[in-house]
Design a protein around this ligand. Structure first.
Ligand code: NAD
Ligand code: UD2
Length: 316
């Protein structure tokens, strides 16, 4: 059994990963529960939950000197772009400084680490129009969130090249699935949609606000494919010191998505159209050739993913 540290492990992606890996490993989760929920984690003797701030150097030093980790997944972040625009200094502490601190602590205390995987974002590409995005496409980070993700990602990869610390990074596109918190206006659009559909089916008032005309498109990737990607990136030798897009290579418009869910659930969601959000990117799409060289093959298109997600939401 390996010891594995997952920061942000009570959040959407982190908890899914922790639950999956806990079957055969000892997991330590650090999360301040600002967005995540402890209930996202299954109850298991293999999961130790530590409520704390990942930017708290003393706490992190204590953990990294107490345990010898085989893998570290650094997923803790203020994941809302809008929040980073409101609070650039506070979010920089979590989204950037915690990474540099962690890298230094690894250098001092983790000689047996096999991999640190850092979670970056498609936000690093910004609004340059060429699609699909390759890892070597123009980088134009437009918000504190995107600047911090890009800087932290580059630091993580440089620590491999400079100090031989085994690192890799993933650039997630739009991830969706169970346990994504819908409660912020900047939560992932599919989690907000699911919340409105559930209300509508329960006979409660439910209107979905669509910013723009619904023709914007995203590369929506289902959480199970993200777990597949994380496993490959963490374990493949060829991934050392490199960053990888994580998407499906296909995009869907919001209107297509809503029509598809309407059909699956046999309802018509009420839509309210509002002005496009400022800074919204119209289209986003990943080129996934690089991660495919590690053996990645997405198993869920948007419809398969939605069906699984809906099934899990309505059988709870
Ligand atoms: P999430 O908000 O569900 O998870 C992040 C977790 O980090 C939350 O549980 C939150 O409570 C925790 N956290 C925040 N600040 C913390 C702090 N100071 N100390 C400890 N814990 C803290 O988001 P997610 O969707 O699971 O995202 C995971 C990672 O992937 C994040 O780094 C995010 O930026 C990145 N990402 C996600 C997406 C996506 O589509 N979901 C896209 C691009 C990048
Ligand atoms: C995602 C990530 C962001 C960053 C970015 C990279 C999430 C939550 N955000 O932002 O962190 O990585 O990708 O480009 O994963 N929308 C509505 N109504 C709503 C909510 C959203 O119409 O209630 C629209 C929104 O204006 C946008 C689309 O849905 O056009 C997708 O929004 P999102 O917040 O899910 O994701 P995105 O791509 O803006």
């Amino acid at each position: 059994m390996d010891n594995i540290l997952i920061t942000g492990g009570a959040g959407f992606i982190g908890s899914t990963l922790a639950n999956y890996l806990s079957k055969e490993n000892k997991i330590v989760v650090v999360d301040d529960l600002s967005m995540g929920k402890q209930e996202n984690l299954i109850s298991s003797n293999n999961i130790k939950f530590v409520k704390g701030d990942v930017a708290d150097k003393m706490l992190m030093e204590q953990l990294l000197s107490e345990y010898s980790f085989a893998y570290i997944f650094h997923l803790a972040a203020v994941a809302s772009v809008a929040d980073s625009v409101e609070r650039p200094v506070a979010t920089h502490r979590v989204n950037f400084e915690s990474v540099l601190t962690l890298l230094e602590l690894i250098r001092q205390h983790q000689p047996n680490l096999k991999r640190l995987v850092f979670s970056s974002s498609a936000a690093v590409y910004g609004d340059e129009l060429t699609l699909p995005k390759q890892e070597e496409s123009v980088i134009r980070p437009l918000t504190p969130y995107a600047v911090d993700k890009f800087a932290a990602e580059q630091y993580a990869l440089d620590y491999y090249h400079l100090y031989d610390i085994p690192t890799s990074a993933v650039r997630f596109f739009n991830v969706f699935g169970p346990n994504q918190n819908p409660n912020s206006p900047y939560s992932g659009v599919i989690s907000i949609l699911m919340d409105r559909y559930k209300k509508q089916l329960a006979g409660e008032p439910a209107v979905f606000t669509l910013f723009g005309d619904g023709s914007q498109s995203r590369d929506f990737v289902y959480i199970e494919d993200v777990i597949q990607a994380l496993m490959l990136v963490a374990t493949k030798e060829e991934a050392l010191g490199k960053q990888f897009n994580v998407g499906t290579g296909n995009s869907t418009t919001l209107l297509e998505l809503i029509q598809a869910i309407d059909k699956i659930l046999n309802v018509k969601l009420e839509l309210k159209f509002e002005e496009e959000r400022s800074g919204d990117i119209h289209d986003s799409l990943a080129d996934i050739s690089k991660i495919k060289t590690l053996g990645y093959q997405p198993k869920f298109d948007i419809l398969d993913g939605m069906k699984c997600y809906i099934e899990s939401e309505f059988t709870d």
